[in-house]
Write a protein that binds this ligand. Structure first.
Ligand code: NAG
Ligand code: NAG
Length: 220
């Protein structure tokens, strides 16, 4: 009797715990109906120098101590425009924001990077949706492949890869235009429940212009 009661309590608590914080659900119960593969092509404009630079070298602890132009440990932050065609004044379709780090200790012009960035679409059917990219980018490979590790909005549950290929490069300044071909799986037909998750209102930030303007923050 005691044993079975103990067993029952142990068993019941396992069941309760399972229900309390996780449950298996089907994709369709959240409105995710049909998975689809899409190819997206755009051009990435990386401006290294001048008044309209799109990057900053945020950290470079070995700069000057190493023979490499961008030494091991350097961290570059970027915010690059993405356009439909290769010309800088071609139609803007989004932006890439993130970083790349130098990940090799070899002291030559051997740009081996790890890159992490979000791609935010600002026009067309993907407007407001994002893709997250994270991977190795060995600049001297003619085509660099990096994984798409997720997404938001239309691209919830996204997975895929990009193939990045230099279109033009100014070897002196480092400015580059790179063609990105993205191959991504995601749910093309998100039902009303999935789309309602997209449109919920964020009440908390109605005082947006005062948010984080306390001078204390500047003293940290
Ligand atoms: C920088 O951007 C401004 C505004 O788009 C443009 O007028 C100017 O020509 C650009 N400067 C350079 C050096 O590209
Ligand atoms: C993209 O979406 C934003 C926010 O909903 C909207 O303000 C903007 O006009 C849209 N842009 C285009 C080109 O559709």
């Amino acid at each position: 009797m005691l044993i079975s009661k103990t067993f029952f309590i142990a068993f019941a608590s396992v069941v309760v715990a399972a229900v309390a914080y996780h449950e298996d659900i089907s994709p369709s119960s959240l409105g995710f109906l049909e998975e689809k593969l899409t190819h997206i092509r755009f051009f990435f404009h990386d401006v290294v120098t001048g008044p309209n630079a799109t990057i900053i070298i945020a950290l470079s602890p070995l700069m000057g101590k190493s023979k490499a132009p961008l030494p091991f440990g350097s961290l570059v932050m970027l915010e690059d425009p993405l356009t439909e065609g290769p010309e800088p004044d071609s139609k803007l379709i989004g932006k890439a924001q993130g970083f790349y780090t130098m990940v090799t200790q070899r002291e030559d012009i051997d740009l081996e990077l790890v890159m992490g960035m979000t791609i935010t679409f600002t026009s067309g059917k993907f407007n407001g949706s994002t893709l997250s990219l994270f991977g190795r980018n060995y600049i001297f490979d003619p085509v660099r492949e990096m994984p798409i590790v997720g997404g938001t909005g239309t691209f919830r549950f996204a997975r895929g890869f990009v193939r990045a290929k230099t279109y033009t490069v100014d070897y002196y300044k480092g400015d580059a235009i790179v063609e990105y071909n993205v191959y991504v799986f995601y749910y093309a037909n998100q039902g009303s429940l999935a789309s309602s998750l997209l449109h919920h209102h964020q009440e908390g930030f109605s005082n947006g212009f005062e948010f984080m303007t306390d001078p204390l923050l500047t003293k940290i």
